[in-house]
Write a protein of this length. Structure first.
Length: 239
């Protein structure tokens, strides 16, 4: 039976007097890919930022059975929770390999070397460009580097914020294949995506967020068949 890895209950997040997320509850079980879909500004990124500790929030936040609400970001990462932000936040003036090694700063040298071997096996293109400056990579390569750096910390749950944003369709297909491969390797994934079609195809379960609230959730295949989701997010007329 799957174990609940991330458990968020009644989360509320505000920017000053503006309530960006209201009464949001979700969970991710061990071995799952869970996606959150919704329009730009729905509150998806805000919720991920609160889970990792970048934003204050009320409600219950538990990871691997531990209350993480009062933990600093570094302590959440040490537990195995990692976020790949939408902007990637790479060090452009540093080579690919140095960016990767920064992701393993809390690990020993042997663990870091083992980790970099696994990342290069997953992303052969990064190995080819290991001495190239991160700023000179293509958008798709930068996204691979951002994911690879997050994997260097051996996360239990990888949160991905819009990994397909701004990428060409062929590169998007590559990124989503890699996400599927990560699940097979034992990494659970919480995926925020505006590309609802691709996200629902790869996910086990899905949440739909509108105006800071979850308005629908369930098995991803069932959510993909919901007339509201078809009309609003899949670009097809509702039946």
């Amino acid at each position: 039976m799957s174990a609940r890895l991330l458990d968020v209950a009644d989360a509320a997040i505000s920017y000053g007097k503006v309530e960006a997320v209201r009464a949001a509850s979700l969970h991710v079980e061990q071995g799952e890919i869970v996606t959150i879909i919704g329009a730009n500004g729905a509150g998806k990124t805000t919720l991920l930022n609160a889970v990792i500790g970048l934003l204050p929030a009320s409600g219950r936040f538990a990871f691997a059975g531990q209350n993480i609400a009062a933990l600093e970001i570094e302590d959440r990462v040490a537990l195995g929770l990692t976020l790949v932000p939408e902007r990637r936040e790479l060090f452009g003036a540093m080579p690919v390999e140095d960016n990767l090694l920064l992701g393993a700063f809390r690990l020993g040298q042997k663990a870091a070397r083992d980790g970099i071997g696994r990342v290069y096996a997953l992303f052969p293109r990064l190995h080819e460009r290991r001495q190239q400056l991160a700023a000179t990579l293509s958008g798709g390569e930068q996204q691979m580097l951002a994911i690879g750096r997050a994997l260097m910390g051996a996360p239990k749950l990888l949160m991905l914020d819009e990994p397909s944003l701004g990428l060409a369709p062929l590169i998007v297909a590559d990124i989503f294949k890699i996400i599927g491969d990560l699940k097979q390797s034992g990494v659970s994934i919480l995926l925020v995506e505006q590309n609802a079609k691709a996200a629902l195809k790869i996910a086990d379960r899905a949440y739909v967020m509108e105006l800071g609230r979850f308005v629908l959730d369930g098995n991803a295949a069932s959510v993909a068949k919901d007339p509201r989701v078809i009309a609003s997010y899949l670009g097809l007329p509702a039946q």
